[in-house]
Design a protein around this ligand. Structure first.
Ligand code: HEM
Ligand SMILES: CC(C)=CCC/C(C)=C/CC/C(C)=C/COP(=O)(O)OP(=O)(O)O
Length: 470
């Protein structure tokens, strides 16, 4: 079936409606996964209206009405997107959007049965699963439409072999390497920067959210302080080892050429001793003031990031960041273990959210610094598979992150604040990723990168407030 040609304005409208419909479907899913809707179903056990209850007669009835009215609007968006896709989009976009279009009536029927039969667990789970599949189909259709609508404007062929590091001579960015005397403040600052302090706030927030999710108000100040101190020391140790192992490559990359080991402000053996000291202090802090499991997980994180990611994954595979994401997911297990002495299902799901979020976070930087990574010889996604594929993967991993967040709401008692935060900041993140497809600039990539940090940061704060206050 030939596709009808439509103008840019019409296609932009199609993409905007499709993206909005996807976010609407996500709101239905995550609201359904939180305790909010469970109470609402109990308050509104007739269908399609709520019996005597009018839309704003109490919170639970309001949520139930909102869910049903929103389902109607999202259904219209699904139908519009599928009809336009069948007229104007290639086969695979049609197929992707046919899935939500065909499943939607089934989903409405199951919703009616769930509402009128007291939400039996199995049927509610099927309703949640179908909602997730509908959201996933909309997002994949969006990713494929964006990929077709916004091809990369300049050279973007995938590489046939892994890039090689530029010769040392090309490294003309940082100051001349060589031992450089520096004042005490500059030296202290250099050692501090080895610890990668700019990452710490978000990694510590992961551990804090896991602690709050695990035990709620029972969380004690000394557990928080000891765990975060151990985590900061562990991140500092692994960041320092990362600097030691990458010092020669850092010289070749503009973004990292001025680092303390690349410029030899700090002697390598001093940095190594510093890293070992931080690592021992971290493990001692975990073992003495938290527990043995937290210490074991801290050691695992240090080794995984410093050795597995930095030495094995990063220079050798295009999946370096996807697999390496496990490093940043470990603080979720550390936080839960610190609070409970074990690893619970919500901790594994939260770790999964961070794991899915990491590529959607880092691929923006990989796009912004593509030439730098090519000079460094790193097989980053934009270097090896091209910018267009990288942008598409950002949408995939953003979708996986949102689904992970809804799964977290389903396995733990999270409420409306968590749902609203994930929807609002997820929508902002998706908006910036769509702008990245359109603008294809470093500025757009950095805005999307910061949107990724804003999404995860606010989501983790919502977990902490939800668990400790609400
Ligand atoms: C293997 C996984 C990851 C990779 C490859 C990666 C990569 C990067 C890179 C290259 C930077 C820029 C650093 C700089 O230029 O100083 C950065 C910044 C950052 N990363 Fe990631 N990251 C990863 C995982 C994480 C995780 C798990 C978190 C937190 C949960 C995180 C949070 C941050 C933050 C907060 C920043 C600083 C943002 C800023 O400068 O405003 N990253 N990341
Ligand atoms: C508790 C504990 C130790 C957790 C580990 C968490 C951790 C340090 C995750 C790594 C995240 C990160 C910034 C990787 C970038 O390394 P890169 O080498 O790609 O970045 P670069 O190019 O800026 O050096």
């Amino acid at each position: 079936m030939s596709t009808e040609r439509i103008g840019d304005r019409q296609r932009s409208r199609f993409l905007a409606v499709l993206a909005t419909t996807a976010i609407g479907a996500y709101l239905l899913v995550i609201a359904g996964a939180t305790t909010a809707l469970t109470d609402a179903t109990a308050a509104c056990s007739t269908w399609p209206a709520c019996g005597g209850g009018y839309p704003f007669e109490g919170t639970a009835v309001t949520i139930a009405w909102t869910h049903r009215l929103l389902a109607l609007v999202v259904g219209a968006g699904v139908l519009y997107s599928a009809v336009v896709a069948w007229r104007t989009e290639p086969t695979r976009v049609r197929a992707a959007l046919s899935v939500p279009a065909l499943l939607y009536p089934v989903q409405i029927g199951i919703g009616a049965v769930v509402a009128t039969t007291g939400a039996p667990a199995t049927l509610s789970a099927v309703h949640l699963l179908l909602g997730t599949v509908i959201f996933g189909g909309l997002l994949v259709g969006l990713a494929w439409s964006l990929e077709r609508r916004f091809p990369t404007r300049e050279r973007d062929e995938p590489l046939t072999k892994s890039p090689e590091p530029a010769p040392e001579a090309d490294a003309a960015f940082g100051p001349e390497p060589g031992p450089r005397p520096a004042g005490i403040r500059a030296t202290l600052g250099a050692y501090f920067s080895l610890m990668k302090p700019r990452l710490m706030w978000l990694l510590c927030l992961v551990a804090a959210a896991a602690m709050a999710l695990a035990v709620g108000p029972a969380l004690t100040v000394d557990t928080i302080v000891a765990t975060l101190l151990g985590g900061v020391l562990a991140i500092g140790a692994s960041g320092t080892f990362n600097h030691v192992l990458e010092r020669d490559i850092d010289r070749r990359m503009k973004r990292t050429a001025d680092r303390p080991l690349a410029t030899e402000i700090v002697p390598v053996r001093n940095a190594l001793a510093f890293g070992v000291l931080l690592g021992l202090a971290s493990l001692a802090t975990f073992y003495v003031f938290v527990n043995a499991l937290a210490a074991l997980l801290g050691l695992t994180a240090i080794v995984f990031y410093s050795v597995i990611y930095t030495l094995v994954l990063k220079p050798n595979t295009v999946q370096n960041t996807v697999i390496g994401g496990a490093a940043g997911a470990l603080p979720a297990l550390i936080g839960w273990a610190a609070a409970t002495g074990e690893i619970g299902l919500p901790a594994l799901v939260l770790a999964g959210v961070i794991f899915c979020w990491t590529p959607a976070h880092f691929y923006n930087l990989a796009l912004a610094y593509k030439d730098d990574y090519e000079r460094g010889g790193f097989p980053m996604m934009p270097v090896v598979r091209g910018e267009r594929t990288t942008r598409k993967h950002i949408v995939y991993y953003l979708g996986a992150t949102l689904i992970g967040a809804s799964l977290l709401a389903a396995v733990d008692t999270l409420g409306w604040l968590f749902a609203a935060t994930s929807v609002v900041f997820g929508a902002v993140f998706l908006y910036e990723v769509m702008r990245l497809h359109r603008e294809q600039s470093r500025g757009a990539a950095m805005r999307s990168f910061h949107a990724s940090n804003a999404y995860l940061g606010t989501l983790l704060l919502a977990i902490i407030v939800d668990a400790l206050v609400l």
